[in-house]
Design a protein around this ligand. Structure first.
Ligand code: G3P
Length: 216
């Protein structure tokens, strides 16, 4: 499984996001690897039309009612958006907010809860009902030379062990077949990627490299 997080990179504004979504859809179909686009809320419905699987990058602790500017998982689910990242290190939440937010997720809505340190994974795994936990060392995000796999393979392994059976995803600096292979070898179920695919000269080639790490 690969999550392609578009963030709000200008390379994924408007029509460019649609092109990236089509690439993700095609590479997923060709390889059989589940590839999900994590879209900004404003683009999500547009990207769904391509046929790719779309998640949000964040959602809020309110599902419906008199709340302005909030992103509702319930509303997203009704539109066909079946999951979201939550608590990304670029958009961290307070502990209480995370619990409140997760409770609003309707049945079948897949939350990927990002956790800062391996030490915190066990605590979250025990208390939070989420579909995935994600380990992303912040200092390696968008690195052009290193990745979670090259720098912290043992940490991925410990994160997997601490996750109590909740599938673990790893991210930060992931850019090669080898990065994916190492993450999977350490027990991760998939990877989160952003800069190397979204801002890359040839996003399709970059994604094709990554799916090879799954043996595809
Ligand atoms: O959510 C994925 C992201 O934070 C990883 O970013 O640019 O290191 O692939 P990047």
């Amino acid at each position: 499984m690969i999550i392609v997080n578009l963030k709000i990179y200008k390379e994924a504004f408007g029509e460019k996001a649609v092109k990236l979504a089509e690439i993700c859809r095609d590479v997923s179909k060709e390889s059989g690897v589940r590839i999900i686009v994590a879209s900004p809320a404003v683009m999500a419905v547009e990207l769904l039309k391509t046929g790719v699987e779309v998640f949000l990058q964040d959602y809020d602790e309110y599902d419906e009612g008199r709340f302005t500017g909030m992103v509702s998982a319930k509303q997203a689910m009704e539109l066909g958006i079946k999951g979201s990242i939550l608590n990304h290190s670029e958009n961290p939440k307070k502990k209480g907010t995370i619990f409140k937010t997760i409770k609003t997720a309707p049945e079948g809505f897949e939350t990927i809860l990002c956790v800062k340190s391996v030490g915190q994974i066990e605590k979250w795994a025990r208390r939070a009902k989420v579909s995935f936990l994600a380990y992303e060392p912040k200092h390696l995000i968008a690195s052009k030379t290193a990745s979670v796999s090259s720098e912290q393979p043992e940490a991925i392994k410990r994160a997997v062990e601490a996750s109590g059976g909740i599938p673990l995803l790893a991210g930060a600096g992931v850019k090669s077949e080898e990065d994916v292979r190492v993450a999977l070898k350490m027990g991760a179920k998939g990877v989160l990627v952003a800069s190397n695919v979204v801002c890359g000269k040839n996003p399709k080639e970059e994604l094709e490299k990554l799916v090879k790490g799954f043996g595809k």
